[in-house]
Design a protein around this ligand. Sequence first.
Ligand SMILES: [Zn+2]
Ligand SMILES: [Zn+2]
Length: 292
Amino acid sequence: MNVIRTTPPRPFDVTTVFPQLAPLARPATRLHPRPGSPSPYDSSVGGPLLWPAGQRWPYCDKWHEGPASPLLPVAQLYVRDVPLLRAPGRCDLLQVLWCPFEHPPEYKPTTASYWQTAADVTNLLTAPPQPSEVEYDGYVPEPCVLAPEQITEYPNYLDLSEELQQQLADWSTWRAAGVAVDDSYEIAPQEFYMDELSLAPGWKVGGWPPWGLTDPIPRFCVACGVAMSPLLTIPSNEWGADNKGWIPYEDQALAALDDARVSNPPGVQISGGNNLQLYGCPEFHPHTDLIQ
Ligand SMILES: [Zn+2]
Ligand SMILES: [Zn+2]
């Protein structure tokens, strides 16, 4: 880790206004990928994987014209850098790959994830196979090093009870609490909750999922039926016009000058500006994913 990123504190603690949110707090780790030259021994986005020479490299199982397509590294996360990751057994490294094509019927890249035990990988694959072509650059992440930072999240507005949604949408509740909310939010104060107080934008592990494209759909493991939880969020930028309050202190000066250049160092674009949300099973069965 050679970079540090610090999310500014939220304007105020939302649980002082809505105490019902307190039990819904969840930890998340913002990854803050930034341009760099990660090695296989670093956590990274778009960097080389610590992949055992003796392990078969994964290929896409969907239909392709011509030969099967090797998957591309998307992220590798060492538990030492992201302690929030729960790993099976002795494993301490999560690797996520995808096929850089939008496959029907959902038009998303095919993803795969693997756990490794880093100390066991003594002979690593140095020249993994590369896809002969890619559909477009938005699915080829630029190599980035990470600056993991743990934060606290509250649920997406759509994940809340109807009662709590109504309270969040009632300007008088906010006013009565005497908290600083800009008057521009008077018509829809729940937007303030969504923009500034609930979910962090950008690459992250854990936390709450980003609904909006669809209503919430609980995700259940097909192998064991248990509810799955957010594992990794792969976004199309780290912030946008609505959530600039999440820009780390260290990026604010550059973002003010050239926002487009610094808000998305990996250059990933998920189906026109969405998130690809990976969900994990607590029993470590295969993950599932959803464009959100
Ligand atoms: Zn494919
Ligand atoms: Zn399962």
